[in-house]
Design a protein around this ligand. Structure first.
Ligand SMILES: [Zn+2]
Length: 152
């Protein structure tokens, strides 16, 4: 338990504070990160990805975004990661299913009710292929934000 106490400052300033802790990737356990609750004001994640099938390879920005989504009230969804070698270990996926998800689609690709959606990575100046990229609250990688999550 993270023990969040609203001192009244958030209410006064009409803001919402969330604390995110970063932990060393060498610590035992298989999770990349975890939110305190859904919703909540706290979460933590490893500084680098290190989940079973994958070596430590890059900053864990996808997990930070995913766990922050949980603190904002979003639930994970799981429909598998077709053709994805970066999928989290099976046990983690099974135990992480959350029936409260609002994701209405039948797979984890980036999409909207109109069609699959092509994202754009401003930093890399690169299009995001919706058929090779998965929704932020899935357990697949690489992940990108969908229109639904952006609007939520
Ligand atoms: Zn999750």
């Amino acid at each position: 338990m993270w023990g969040w106490v609203d001192s009244g400052l958030d209410s006064l300033l009409k803001r919402r504070t969330t604390y995110f802790g970063m932990v060393r990737p060498e610590l035992p356990g298989g999770t990349g990160g975890q939110a305190d609750a859904i919703p909540s004001h706290g979460a933590a994640g490893r500084t680098k990805r290190n989940s079973g099938l994958q070596p430590i390879r890059k900053p864990n920005v996808e997990v930070v975004a995913h766990e922050t989504g949980h603190t904002m009230g979003l639930f994970s969804h799981q429909y598998g990661c077709p053709g994805n070698t970066m999928q989290a270990p099976r046990a983690a996926i099974t135990s992480a299913q959350q029936p409260g998800t609002d994701w209405p689609f039948l797979n984890n690709y980036i999409q909207s009710t109109a069609n699959y959606e092509v994202g754009f990575d401003v930093a890399l100046r690169k299009l995001i292929d919706p058929l090779a990229t998965f929704e932020l609250m899935s357990y697949c990688s690489p992940r990108w934000i969908s229109p639904q999550r952006y609007k939520t």
